[in-house]
Design a protein around this ligand. Structure first.
Ligand code: X8Z
Ligand code: ZN
Length: 660
């Protein structure tokens, strides 16, 4: 089901991604939802284990099943109406961030928050009434309210929504000053090739897209540190608003019957909240040895590049050296870890550039992949209304997102796409959200969502795993004579692992941090050190220098000010490999898993679509089973996929001291 959500990029966006629920949401990758997804078959007590829901308001007579049915019908009507309106407001806000659109988004968000709270509280009246399974699922979803629930107190919804909108737009419009005369910066940002930055950096300030390019391409530790720290000046002012927001949503969560907002989030997975914690830990334990070897190997390579003073071999790695602003995926420093003498893999960025791909062609190519599986082409309106290149004349929320504006056919993406391999994957990721939204469009609004939020994030990623050398030949991007042989498997796997395996501890720690914030284990005074303690523990990375006492580094990552739960991406990294393996088995593929592409396989496409059409109508194990035959999430397929890489890494690391 859904809730009123804010989009990761905008506010109440209607993106997708609401995990279990999402009725009022709107964009994929978003944050707050309007109505929440059902607890599946778990009883209310299971979804709110730490606190019993408040007693139902006194009513003259006990409620009947018929009343419950009418209540759900009416709720659905109200949600449907508000969703489309809110989605359009959020879309405009994310595409034109300014005073007025922030005002509108805050207003729409408040309406969503109010509706979600009102419905959740009204639903309590039916506590204890035996309902048919489907009605119970919808009712449980409503009772979960929203991921960022407003309390009933007068004015609270407006206050909350205003804070959330402000945090989101602060991120979206963030920029910081750099030394525009620094040749090392000019070298990377001078896209006009005229040796100056005057057109690109008019006020001497750069935005996240430019800063990310520097982090990806520079190999100068001083430049990296300056830019890394510069981006984190944008998030400092968010701290007090963030703390205020936490207080409000915790009050809202408490009214819904949860110990805190973290407990509310953990309750969205068709299992008791405490079991979900164990489940995510279990999945991480499965891949931890692989991650630790990857870390050890990357640190050794960075040590070779930068020396002992910058990369000591017994310390966590400096987060600014890993090629990504958040050190969440490391593919951009692949050149530093490339195995000596190994046959080369494929440089997708180079292929796109050599073949004159522009942003439009990247998206069309993504669409063609889905079409090859039997999905209908994207509607004309997708092409008319999507945003796929960064506009120069206004502020937009550049963090990529996918939207469903009318819960029918008005699907779109919004991306400041760059022509490189990373964004080619992201295009598939976003389209996955759109195809999922369209697949479940005939479900009732309560179920217009992913089976769980990890599913929503995994669909497009699973497709992108099929971007193999053979597939690139099929679409004319790679010359058949350049297809790397089996001796290049190691390179292909290492490049992939630098993105996918490196991501997993980051995917896990972001919400570990929020859980600690919501529970009060971390306070505003310890927000930042708590963040770095988790970065150290899970990722083995550290800040390049001491952090200022007023730093709020979590706010420099979109999903924190964008108020989008993050555990979904961790789950998606598990699920996409599980889907990929099931798909390749279905296709009868016999080679190594990383060489399998399901491009053109309509049988696999039909089965995948059948799972997608279920939306959130059933507990996620049912959806998983429908496609893979399994009812548990399982990281074994990741280990199979990267099996030969682990053998290589064990050998490479055998004389090294790993760990931090
Ligand atoms: O936010 C996203 C998507 C939109 S749902 C672009 N991702 C996470 C991130 O960028 O941090 C995809 C991978 C992880
Ligand atoms: Zn996404």
């Amino acid at each position: 089901m859904k809730r009123f959500m804010k989009n990761s990029a905008s506010n109440l966006a209607v993106m997708m991604g609401l995990a279990t629920a999402a009725a009022l949401t709107l964009s994929a990758c978003n944050q707050d939802q309007l109505i929440t997804a059902p607890e599946a078959n778990a009883p209310v007590e299971a979804s709110a284990p730490t606190q019993a829901p408040a007693a139902a308001p006194a009513k003259s007579s006990a409620p009947t099943v018929q009343e419950a049915r009418e209540f759900l019908q009416d709720a659905e009507k109200q949600i449907v109406e508000l969703r489309e309106y809110a989605a359009r407001v959020y879309w405009v806000n994310a595409n034109f961030i300014n005073y007025d659109t922030n005002w509108l988004a805050a207003k729409a968000g408040a309406e969503g928050a109010k509706l979600s709270t009102t419905l959740a509280n009204k639903a309590k009246r039916f506590n204890g009434l035996a309902l048919p399974g489907d009605m119970q699922r919808k009712m449980d979803g409503l009772k979960r309210g929203s991921n960022f629930p407003a309390p009933e107190t007068e004015g609270a919804a407006v206050k909350l929504s205003t804070l959330m909108t402000k945090l989101d737009s602060t991120y979206g419009t963030g920029e910081f000053a750099v030394d525009v005369k620094d040749k090392r910066i000019i070298k990377i940002l001078d896209t006009d090739g005229d040796g100056t930055l005057t057109t690109e950096v008019p006020k001497g300030k750069i935005h996240l897209g430019q800063a990310s390019d520097i982090i990806a391409k520079s190999r100068d530790p001083e430049v990296l540190q300056t830019v890394w720290e510069g981006w984190r000046t944008v998030s400092k002012p968010m701290k007090s608003d963030y703390a205020k927001m936490v207080t409000i949503v915790n009050e809202g969560a408490s009214e819904l019957g949860f110990a805190d907002t973290g407990a509310l989030w953990r309750s969205g997975y068709d299992m008791p909240a405490d079991d979900f914690v164990k489940e995510s830990d279990r999945l991480f334990e499965q891949i931890k040895p692989l991650y630790e070897h990857l870390h050890c190997n990357a640190r050794a390579a960075l040590n070779k590049e930068y020396g002992d003073s910058v990369v000591p071999l017994d310390q966590p790695i400096r987060a600014d050296l890993l090629g990504n602003m958040w050190a969440q995926s490391w593919g951009n420093i692949y050149d530093l870890v490339e195995p000596e003498g190994a046959a080369e893999g494929v440089d997708l960025t180079a292929l796109l550039l050599e073949n004159d791909y522009d942003q439009m062609k990247m998206v069309k190519t993504g669409e063609a992949f889905f079409s090859s599986l039997g999905f209908e082409p994207l509607p004309e309106t997708f092409w008319e209304r999507s945003l796929i290149t960064k506009p120069q004349d206004r502020e937009v929320q550049c963090h990529a997102s996918a939207w469903d504006l009318d819960d029918r056919d008005d699907i779109r993406i919004k991306m400041c796409t760059k022509i490189n391999g990373e964004d080619f994957s992201t295009v598939h990721h976003e389209l996955g959200h759109n195809y999922y939204q369209r697949a479940y469009k005939d479900q009732p609004v309560f179920y217009k969502d992913g089976a769980n939020d990890g599913f929503h994030e995994a669909i497009g990623d699973m497709i992108a795993l099929s971007i193999t050398p053979d597939y690139l030949v099929q679409i004319g991007l790679l010359d058949p004579k350049d297809v790397p042989g089996a001796d290049a498997d190691l390179s292909l796997l290492l490049r992939q692992a630098m993105d996918k395996v490196a991501f997993m501890p980051f995917g896990l720690m972001v919400d570990q941090w929020r859980w600690q914030v919501f529970s009060g284990e971390l306070t505003p005074a310890t927000y930042n050190e708590g963040w770095w303690a988790l970065r150290d523990k899970y990722q083995g990375v550290r800040a390049p220098g001491d952090r200022p006492t007023d730093a709020f580094d979590p706010g420099a990552k979109y999903h924190i000010p964008g108020n989008t739960p993050y555990m979904r991406y961790f789950l998606a990294h598990v699920l996409q490999f599980q889907f990929h393996k099931a798909a390749c088995d279905m296709a009868g593929f016999e080679g190594p898993l990383h060489r399998c592409s399901i491009y053109g396989n309509e049988e696999v496409g039909a089965n995948f679509k059948a799972m997608m059409e279920m939306g959130a109508s059933k507990p996620w194990p049912d959806a998983l089973e429908a496609f893979t035959g399994q009812r548990d999430m399982d990281a074994t397929p990741i280990l199979e996929y990267f099996g030969p890489l682990l053998t290589y890494l064990e050998e490479e690391n055998k004389d090294r001291t790993c760990g931090w």
